[in-house]
Write a protein that binds this ligand. Sequence first.
Ligand code: 6GU
Length: 233
Amino acid sequence: MRIDVVTLFPAIFDSYLTQSLLHKAIVRGLVAIERHDLRAWAEDSPHHKVDDKPFGGGPGMLIQVEPTVACVREVETMHPTPARRILLTPQGKRFDQRLAEDLAGSDRLLLLCGRYEGFDQRVQDILEPEEISVGDFVLNGGEVAAMTIIDAVVRLLPGVLGDENSSRDDSFSRGNRLLEFPQYTRPREFEGHSVPEVLLSGDHAAIAAWRAEQTQLRTQARRQDLLGEEPNG
Ligand code: 6GU
């Protein structure tokens, strides 16, 4: 998969792309992630300004249509694979595991990160991106949302996770829309808190039954909304 990220703050991604799982996936050639600084497409060359005040008044600044459209068009020509265009905005469709699984099936994503009060509406009208939000709260910009999407999608790509920690049984994945059961490792006892006996019993059927029960109890207590949903939907 190739992921192009258009942003006013490419450096926000620096440490994220050079650590841990993401770094390994990039080094192994399973994903290529390219950042593009929108300011490089600014009309005004000394200041590289890409924002202006909203017509009709109101607080804040909007990202302008000309540099954004020029940038997206040029970035798309940098590679022959057609891109699925995504604009990160709190007005978008809510991101979830099902959408992550859907995006993981694409060969190329183009993520457009907004800042300030957002983009001139003509960016959406002309480029017709899918609009995605990562939740009902407001971030200072789309960069953290873009990293959220990249993180959720890349771990689903074939070969990124080893077999021993496959994403198949993750909470919210297609096969499993419930919360995960609690897990324990050594020591068996810490500050009076013991590991449940059943997990030390070696009785695999009893362990599986306990875990299934914990999954139900947790989901019931915390996320009743998940129990109403049909699996594999
Ligand atoms: Cl995608 N962007 C911003 N700025 N805020 C958000 C968001 C996106 N998703 C939730 N809040």
